[in-house]
Design a protein around this ligand. Structure first.
Ligand code: NDP
Ligand code: 2IT
Length: 446
């Protein structure tokens, strides 16, 4: 088995040189899916995984724009259209200086399995730019978004490819991009998700990823006779996913001790309650400030510059910032401190070593492609509402989100059974694979 896996990875690596994040995401899937393929007559010999790792289409383009001082700026834009076996390409756009093809291909690859797990008919894509919205004026962000969309518009559409937000792309950026798309096409369609509530957006979309990860953690805990109530929770990040993961954990009786940004983390031993979280939401979403400002408002808390929060003892850990933010040494701290459950809000936040430490310990570990699927799931519900020209209530969308997270947990349960309990990594990878592979087999070699 090891030889088959290594030969496969060598072949993929030789075609994707200098793409470490992409190879990391592929290896994690291959380790669990290849043994399954070998055991299943219908998949073996069809080179399905080899087809899945090759994007159907990769688009790369120049984004030239003039900033408010009159200087001409140039960024690079991308859209990776990864897989359309079960639906139109679907996935977010990331604006961050470290965006490159390796990062977007890892995200697009994970999106294949995640979108399949949601039970909704969505293929996979991801895109973005090395543009950094941090510290930019609204005018500069608008000009960049308009230039970016001027090229992207020709490649997307409500039945072809439906982008959404991700790191650095929130409601402001979606608004500017939607406005430009509508102007170019002279059509009001559901081409982007994460839209504002008065112009086609869905209730609960902003909350969905964070709420979903907490629903998933609750599912895992219930399975071993526990709940979130009364447990200590460490959250990283302070963006969209982190904010609503913290909010739901607080509502369900958890005590949230930390939040962070790329500069450091804050630790509040008394717990971040809803009032304190509202302060963080205003600081991040309106003032676009830094998490260190929390201790000016709440001086009993502490700020740890340049550090991640994984040494703080907790029962539940929810990484919600970015890839490879939780390393093997961090996993060892969590295990030593008797953490019970780790639910990934971010995409691939735990590195290879950390995942293996979690799997070898008794920790309940939910990989992002299962536990953060609530965001894209509600994007799918936004698409459905746009097609119906109707909007569902907050309760209706939230109920559907809960059912979807439950179903994902159940799929992991079915495919991830092992002697020692459920292996959620294996369960999520195989359940996602089976759905897409069956569609690819039915549609022939394309
Ligand atoms: P936001 O841009 O709203 O927030 C990102 C947060 O992560 C910020 O606190 C940011 O800090 C921090 N961060 C970003 N890059 C780094 C870095 N290199 N090192 C340390 N911290 C970093 O993004 P989201 O909350 O939307 O996304 C967070 C994660 O969740 C990503 O992995 C994303 O792919 C994933 N995700 C998002 C979904 C969504 O619906 N939005 C759905 C599913 C997954 P700073 O402000 O200092 O940069
Ligand atoms: O990683 C993700 O699933 C997202 N950023 C959300 C994608 C979407 O289309 O809502």
């Amino acid at each position: 088995m090891e030889t088959i896996i290594n030969n496969f990875l060598n072949e993929v690596a030789s075609r994707n040189r200098n793409q470490p994040e992409f190879m990391q995401a592929v290896s994690e899937v291959v380790e669990t899916v290849v043994p399954y393929i070998v055991s299943q007559k219908i998949y073996y010999g069809q080179n399905i995984l080899l087809r899945m790792v090759e994007p159907e289409r990769v688009i790369s383009f120049r984004v030239a724009w003039i900033d408010e001082t009159g200087e001409i700026r140039v960024n690079r834009g991308y859209r990776v259209e990864m897989n359309s076996a079960i639906g139109p390409y679907k996935g977010g756009l990331r604006f961050h200086p470290n965006v490159n093809l390796s990062v977007l291909k890892f995200l697009a690859f994970e999106q294949i399995f995640k979108n399949a797990l949601t039970t909704l008919p969505m293929g996979a894509g991801k895109g973005g730019s090395d543009f950094d919205p941090k510290g930019k004026s609204d005018i500069d962000v608008m000009r960049f978004c308009q230039s970016f969309m001027t090229e992207l518009a020709r490649h997307i559409g409500p039945n072809r490819d439906i982008p959404a937000g991700d790191i650095g792309v929130g409601s402001r950026e979606i608004g500017y991009m939607f406005g430009q798309y509508k102007r170019l096409r002279n059509e009001f369609t559901g081409v982007l998700t994460g839209k504002g509530l008065t112009w086609g957006g869905s209730l609960i979309r902003s909350e969905a990823t964070g709420y979903g990860v907490v629903y998933f953690i609750e599912n895992m805990l219930q399975h071993v006779g526990q709940t979130i109530e009364g447990k200590t929770v460490v959250v990283s990040g302070s963006g969209n996913v982190a904010q609503y993961a913290a909010e739901k954990a607080i509502t369900m009786g958890g005590k949230v001790l930390t939040m962070s940004d790329s500069s450091g983390f804050i630790h509040d031993q008394d717990g971040i309650n809803q009032e304190k979280l509202n302060y963080i939401m205003d600081l991040k979403n309106n003032q676009r400030g830094r998490i260190r400002q929390y201790i000016e408002q709440y001086p009993k808390a502490s700020y740890h510059e340049g550090q991640t929060p994984w040494k703080i003892p907790c029962q539940i850990a929810i990484p919600c910032a970015t890839q490879n933010e939780l390393l093997e040494k961090d996993a060892l701290h969590l295990i030593k401190n008797q953490c019970l459950a780790v639910g990934e809000g971010a995409n691939m936040p735990s590195d290879h070593g950390a995942i293996h430490q979690f799997l070898n310990s008794k920790i309940l570990f939910a990989p992002g492609k299962a536990s953060n699927a609530g965001g894209v799931a509600v994007s799918g519900l936004e698409m459905a509402q746009n097609s119906l020209r109707f909007s569902w209530s907050r309760e209706e969308v939230n109920e559907r989100l809960k059912v979807i997270m439950n179903d994902i947990h159940q799929s992991c349960f079915v495919y991830g059974q092992e002697d020692q309990g459920i292996n959620y990594v294996k369960g999520a990878n195989i359940a996602g694979f089976v759905k897409v592979a069956d569609a690819m087999l039915a549609q022939g070699v394309v």
